[in-house]
Design a protein around this ligand. Structure first.
Ligand SMILES: [Fe+2]
Ligand SMILES: [Fe+2]
Ligand SMILES: [Fe+2]
Length: 474
């Protein structure tokens, strides 16, 4: 065998690995599947944790990071499900908990009482454990026989490394030495869970230690009320109606660019709302969660486009743009998950006709603002995908499309907007922040502010975002 050579020394085995490696015993199909199911379980639980903590997590950057990481975990869980299905496995048993100590491990993390403990649990324990398990798989399995699994592991590792790097920075900035010290016993408990489970992949002898739950003694409950950090000082502010401005032909295009950035950044409330639908709708086929999480991530991305737009236009958005949470707050606290999905679908199918996303893109192009045009181009493309996701998962519940649309409209009208009540309670003055925002951008662009645009003063008191009169007002 020593003399065995490939033709003219070309890479043998399609370049997968060396011959010696392909002679290694590797993992049997049974062992391989048992491990794949554990990785799948870990990605599924991480997806659940990220999603379940988006709404009540106040820090904007973490909301965005969790949205991405929920999406990545959903994608890898999807790929692993398919792989398990290829391995003589029916019935697949993908909904079975592979180990009760692994279950406690993830239960503890989702129930972490504060941002700091959550970050430490996810990024210092769960992500590294999963990463080590996948590396171990690639090292142990036969790279020829199990090439399809190796491929999935390698792709997943790329993104787990990104997640770990993000988490490391967050932990470095957010967790003080004192906090790290205080949470040490809990992090040790997480280690104990993994040891008791025989490692995340179950490849080691399981330690016999009885695990006592700490944070998950009372089961985790999804928190519906959105929370925001200090850069959102006026979250009830509905003082500037972006849509009325955008459809006003007489308003200047460059000012409309800012209104579109505002609308994009305000999309932060869509992940806050969609996370609740996903968290509170159990029992759907896996692809429902996968598709809905993809959409959630797109919405987070749209919010970040707005952030980038304001930064480029020299507008300090925390000070001069009031990003409210009234939509996610209203929907999450007043409607059932199905009703919220109805509102989402109603809004998104309404974006498709000519006066919706196409209009925004055309306005952006007319304004000769290439970045805004690019954002609107992708925002539009993403929204077309979302309308499709809505047709696949929401509309199916109705006899016909018209019924589904009508239901969504009705649900939206049901949401009480406390425009006056919030003012009376001192929660907001509905301050018109628009002139400050517009003036700051004009200074940055070195152009004269348009007096008509500067004088704009239309709120959401009477007209909701689809330009319909608000019927119910608390
Ligand atoms: Fe959106
Ligand atoms: Fe969008
Ligand atoms: Fe959307």
């Amino acid at each position: 065998m020593k003399n065995y050579r490939s033709y003219r020394d070309l890479p043998s085995l399609a370049g997968l690995c060396a011959l010696e490696e392909a002679m290694a015993p590797g993992l049997s199909v049974e062992k391989c599947v048992a491990r794949l199911k554990r990785y799948h379980y870990a990605f599924k639980r991480l997806h659940h944790i990220f999603n379940a903590r988006i709404t009540a997590e106040p820090i904007y950057e973490l909301k965005m990071g969790f949205s991405l990481h929920a999406h990545l975990c959903a994608e890898h869980a999807t790929a692993l499900r398919a792989r398990v299905g290829e391995m003589r496995e029916p019935p697949l048993g993908l909904e079975v908990v592979p180990d009760k100590n692994l279950e406690i491990f993830f239960d503890e993390i989702v129930a972490a009482p504060a941002t700091e403990t959550l970050i430490a649990g996810i990024y210092q324990k769960a992500v590294p454990a999963l990463k080590a398990a996948l590396e171990h798989h690639v090292a142990q399995t036969n790279r020829l026989t199990d090439a399809p699994s190796v491929r999935l592991c390698r792709f997943a590792l790329l993104e787990l490394e990104d997640m770990a790097a993000f988490g490391l920075k967050c932990a470095g900035s957010l967790i003080s030495a004192g906090q790290a010290e205080a949470m040490r016993p809990w992090l040790t408990l997480l280690d104990d869970c993994l040891s008791a489970a025989g490692g995340l992949d179950g490849s080691r002898e399981s330690g016999g230690k009885e695990i006592l739950r700490q944070f998950s003694k009372t089961p985790f409950q999804f928190v519906k009320t959105p929370r925001r950090d200090a850069r959102f000082p006026d979250p009830y502010n509905m003082g500037v109606n972006a849509e009325v401005f955008l459809y006003d032909e007489s308003m200047p295009a460059d000012a409309k660019v800012l209104m579109m950035f505002y609308k994009r950044l305000r999309e932060i409330d869509v992940p806050e709302m969609m996370a609740g639908i996903i968290a509170e709708t159990p029992g759907k086929p896996w692809n429902y969660y996968r598709d809905m999480t993809r959409q959630l991530w797109d919405e987070a991305r749209h919010a970040m486009m707005g952030e980038v737009g304001f930064a480029q236009a020299g507008v300090e958005w925390p000070k001069n743009v009031m990003i409210n949470f009234t939509w996610s707050l209203g929907l999450n606290t007043q409607l059932t998950p199905m009703e919220r999905h109805g509102v989402l679908y109603f809004i998104e199918q309404g974006l498709m006709p000519k006066n919706g996303k196409r209009h925004e893109w055309e306005v952006a192009r007319k304004s000769h603002h290439p970045l805004c045009a690019l954002f609107q181009d992708y925002d539009w493309a993403d929204e077309v995908l979302h309308a499709r996701i809505g047709r696949d998962w929401y509309l199916k519940e109705f006899k016909n499309a018209a019924e589904g649309v009508e239901y969504g409209d009705r649900c939206w009208s049901k949401v009480l907007v406390g425009w006056n009540q919030w003012r009376q309670e001192g929660l907001t003055g509905h301050r018109n922040w628009w002139p400050d925002c517009y003036r700051q951008a004009c200074q940055h662009w070195n152009v004269e502010a348009d007096p008509r645009a500067l004088a704009y003063d239309t709120t959401y008191e009477q007209v909701r975002a689809d330009l319909k009169a608000i019927s119910a007002s608390g």
